[in-house]
Design a protein around this ligand. Structure first.
Ligand code: ADP
Length: 546
């Protein structure tokens, strides 16, 4: 059908407008809600941040005037949601140890007062009798499990209490279950469906790209204030960020150091980590939400459930833990869809702590999985090609060729565009593409000769016949110095474009940092044709604009 994204029956839109204030469903929202309300199906939903997950579990019971149970890992987040729902005239409550006057709340619940009942996963598995009674008296439309990736050990945020939630489907086989999250690899998705015992679930995956986030990486200089100044704008003598900013640090100690550096620049900020009192954390959270401070400097304890739509910058001061956590953490930037920036400032030694923790994991399979996640992070940080592609390739197996290559993608794409423009200056810019067959052959020779063991730098220096110590071992070869007819800058720029065009591939080192460059099958087959004297049929053409 043409319009799987909007209902035909106007009554749905009326409820949408009246209670939620929206005039239309966002893409995918109606498809999911329809499958819950009308087909009574289980749903597994992977929806990138900002698409509007909440509506997918809030709508059904508001429409039917029955009740839905929502399971979510964070009490403070649930309390916020209940508060906001009440403000839009939707009755909701929270059940759990943090709720006083439980008896009154429950009485009202069994009388059908609430459309939405929020509970923690711990509470959910002990409250089956309450839910049975609720189903019998009012009618359960839906059991929703938010942040469903917590079910999976293969995710970055496993919670044991989520493992018990399969009991919900066994107890209520007829009630649709909705599992929803912003991050899940294929492994995690499978785990979610299996562990929650979903029956023939309707799968929705919006894709993971967040085009409004600009990605970049820079090295630590040893001076925190200096590093941060690079991310700020200067007005007279005063530095400030462009808008609300979250700075993530790997340790509590690091948060205090960064707060110190920012205080030195008179920037209003507060720390947020698990050792602070609840009231100090609340104060940090609220001052940030209300724009009384521009910056929160936090450990990952500050995370799930920060519902501030206009966060303009997320900085990681210190290497992020792994690629999934990183995706989740930068997800807090730009939920309003406006351009926002995500920067990781790191040094190689930042990985030591993570590697140490991982080395202590007992299960070999699990240890290897964690190492793989860490290596992907290393690849993201050290790449000279598109960062977005690396990030997305962790979650999606589809064709990512369309991704990247623009000014607004990431620092590498931006740099490569300028390099291509300025690094290859005389190479036929306005006159269309030029043939780089000879140069490509020389570069491939140098890469093969040095054994595909290095990044681009070494083969390029070999071509230039550089007398640097590192390449002394290659002096005897014919390749040494064979590229003097071009500049070092040229060779590096050519290498970058060949990575771009899929002739070369960068591989992260086992250590998780740094990478080697090697020829892809595309390059091998091209090179073979050239060796057979068929280069005339397949000139290697490059345009300066990439
Ligand atoms: P997510 O959890 O996927 O980031 P939220 O449920 O927090 O998404 O919604 C993201 C933003 O989109 C919120 O500001 C919300 O008000 C808005 N939103 C959700 N659905 C719609 C809609 N149908 N029309 C307009 N705005 C919407």
């Amino acid at each position: 059908p043409d319009n799987i994204h909007q209902p035909e029956d106007p009554r749905y839109q009326e409820v949408l407008k009246q209670y939620f204030g929206y005039s239309k469903f966002r893409p995918f929202q109606w498809k999911i809600i329809n499958s819950i309300l009308n087909d009574k199906r289980d749903n597994c939903v992977i929806m990138a941040t900002g698409y509007g997950k909440s509506l997918t579990f809030q709508f059904a019971s508001v429409y039917t005037k029955r009740v839905s149970v929502i399971i979510s890992p964070l009490i403070s987040l649930m309390q916020d949601q209940v508060h906001n729902l009440k403000a839009s005239n939707i009755e909701a409550c929270f059940l759990g140890s943090a709720q006083d006057n439980m008896r009154d709340v429950k009485d009202a619940m069994f009388q059908g007062k609430y459309r939405l009942v929020y509970v923690t996963p711990e509470y959910a598995s002990t409250a089956l009798d309450d839910f049975k009674k609720l189903d019998y008296k009012i009618g359960l439309d839906l059991i929703a499990i938010d942040e469903a990736h917590c079910v999976s050990q293969w995710g970055h945020d496993f919670r044991a209490s989520y493992r018990q939630l399969g009991v919900l489907k066994s107890t209520f086989p007829k009630v649709p279950v909705l599992a929803v999250t912003a991050t899940a690899t294929v492994e995690v998705r499978n785990d979610i469906c299996r562990s929650l015992k979903l029956i023939n679930p309707n799968m929705t995956c919006t894709g993971f790209d967040r085009p409004n986030l600009f990605l970049s990486v820079s090295p630590k200089s040893g001076d925190i204030a200096n590093d941060l100044k690079m991310e700020m704008k200067k007005n007279g003598n005063k530095f400030s960020f462009d808008g609300p900013t979250i700075i993530y640090c790997p340790t509590k100690k690091a948060t205090e150091e960064v707060v110190g550096a920012l205080n030195g620049m008179s920037i209003a900020c507060l720390p947020y980590h698990a050792s602070l009192s609840l009231s100090a954390r609340k104060k940090a959270h609220n001052s940030f939400l209300n724009d009384q401070i521009q910056v929160v400097v936090a450990t990952v304890a500050f995370g799930m459930g920060i519902d501030k739509p206009d966060v303009r910058k997320v900085i990681h001061y210190g290497a992020p833990k792994d690629i999934e956590s990183y995706y989740q953490e930068i997800g807090r930037a730009g939920r309003d869809g406006m351009p926002s920036e995500c920067t990781a400032i790191f040094s190689k030694s930042d990985f030591n702590t993570s590697r140490h923790f991982i080395s202590e994991i007992k299960s070999e399979k699990f240890r290897e999985h964690k190492l793989k996640m860490l290596a992907k992070m290393g690849q993201y940080l050290s790449t000279t090609s598109c960062r977005r592609r690396i990030l997305l390739s962790y979650f999606e197996s589809g064709n990512l060729a369309e991704i990247g290559g623009t000014e607004n993608c990431c620092d590498c794409c931006r740099l490569n565009l300028t390099k291509l423009k300025h690094g290859l200056p005389t190479l036929g810019s306005e006159d269309g593409p030029l043939d780089y067959t000879r140069e490509a052959v020389d570069l491939f020779k140098a890469i093969q000769y040095t054994g595909s063991r290095f990044g681009l730098g070494i083969p390029c220096q070999v071509l230039m016949g550089s007398y640097s110590k590192k390449i002394q071992q290659f002096q005897a070869s014919k390749v040494f110095g064979s590229g003097k007819y071009r500049s070092l800058k040229f060779w590096t720029a050519l290498g970058r474009s060949l990575v771009y065009e899929g002739y070369l591939r960068e591989k992260t080192l086992q250590s998780g940092y740094g990478c080697t460059v090697e020829m892809t099958p595309k390059a091998e087959s091209w090179y073979n044709k050239v060796k057979q004297g068929k280069s005339g049929d397949c000139p290697l053409l490059l345009t300066p604009s990439g």
